[in-house]
Design a protein around this ligand. Structure first.
Ligand SMILES: Cc1cc2nc3c(=O)[nH]c(=O)nc-3n(C[C@H](O)[C@H](O)[C@H](O)COP(=O)(O)OP(=O)(O)OC[C@H]3O[C@@H](n4cnc5c(N)ncnc54)[C@H](O)[C@@H]3O)c2cc1C
Length: 299
């Protein structure tokens, strides 16, 4: 189960080693960590939802608390201290584009703001509702995860936008393909979230950043559906995909996306190389990049 007040699964823990505790105590004085806020107590602190009831909207305290914050340090401090000033008024889990359209119309009628929610791994406050007189509906894509099409000839795959990194790679890799997009939040972040935040991964040096992999898709907006067709490179006018990349949920809900995929490499090897000085390391990186030597990861 995902941790409600921090990163990762509740069954995976990394306690601070004794040596690190001693090091920190030496730097900051005696360590006296505050106990975490109690989940059940925080649940009781939620204000009443301002949204009208709807069969697709979950207004339970659990749903609203677990979608209230992302994964930045201020988010963790808020969650672990139990001092969370604002919550969404409800959370919806659409399963189809039709559901997304229904929910946007519902939100319009209720005068509510909509926050599209992928994996909630934002470190920039993207998915945190702000204090406002209008209610907030968080729209989680977690039930829209299917592979819709794999075009082996054109080397593209179309997925529903809520697919997470591991789900997407697993589905592709059993078919002999990879997207190769590995942000460090890969475990929980989603295809729609990567596009909406112009994400970059550890192996983007070889496979390309998400803007180079995003080849088309669909978005639901308050004004209707936007189709983002997959054209070959074109010189005709601006590319509307550029408006969607990095749109941070402000233009609508990305419901599906077509991405460029590659054949899985036959072998992959990773080496760590230590340089005597920073300058020598930086010089090696410069030469590798400028000589266009094929590596997938260089950090
Ligand atoms: C430990 C950690 C490591 C990270 N490493 C990286 C990294 O290596 N590279 C990197 O680029 N980022 C990294 N991030 C930041 C974050 O993971 C990325 O911004 C990621 O792309 C967010 O994806 P998400 O699905 O979690 O989106 P969310 O956090 O749920 O949402 C982020 C924004 O995208 C919008 N959004 C999400 N889904 C949709 C959708 N379907 N339609 C429209 N808008 C949508 C939301 O409204 C919000 O504005 C890291 C974060 C953490 C916590």
């Amino acid at each position: 189960m995902k941790r409600w007040n921090g990163w990762g699964n509740v069954n995976t823990d990394y306690p601070v080693p004794v040596s690190a505790q001693a090091y920190l105590a030496n730097l900051f004085g005696s360590l006296d960590p505050q106990p975490d806020a109690d989940y059940k107590t925080v649940l009781k602190s939620l204000p009443t939802s301002r949204l009208p009831a709807h069969p697709l909207v979950d207004s339970s305290a659990e749903a609203r608390l677990t979608h209230a914050r992302g994964q930045s340090l201020p988010d963790w401090v808020a969650l672990r201290s139990g001092r969370i000033p604002v919550f969404p008024d409800g959370v919806a889990y659409p399963q189809t584009e039709e559901d997304v359209r229904t929910l946007i119309v519902y939100a319009q009628k209720a005068g509510a703001k909509v926050i599209p929610y992928g994996g909630g791994t934002s470190v920039a406050g993207h998915i945190n509702p702000l204090k406002s007189d209008t209610p907030v509906l968080t729209l989680s894509l977690e039930r829209m995860t299917r592979l819709l099409d794999l075009d082996e000839f054109g080397r593209t795959a179309t997925f529903e936008a809520g697919v997470t990194g591991p789900e997407l790679e697993q589905v592709l890799q059993v078919r002999g393909y990879t997207l190769g997009h590995y942000p460090q939040s890969h475990e929980y972040s989603t295809l729609g979230g990567w596009i909406a935040t112009r994400s970059s991964g550890q192996q983007s040096y070889k496979y390309g950043r998400i803007e180079q992999l995003f080849a088309g898709g669909r978005m639901e907006t308050p004004r209707g559906q936007i189709e983002l067709p997959h054209f070959p490179a074109s010189a005709a006018g601006p590319d509307i995909k550029e408006m969607i990349l990095g749109s941070e949920g402000r233009m609508g809900v990305i419901t599906q996306a077509k991405v460029k995929v590659r054949r899985l490499p036959e072998a992959e090897e990773f080496y760590g190389v230590f340089f005597p000085s920073w300058e020598q390391g930086a010089e090696a990186v410069r030469q590798i990049a400028q000589e266009e030597i094929q590596v997938s990861m260089l950090s």
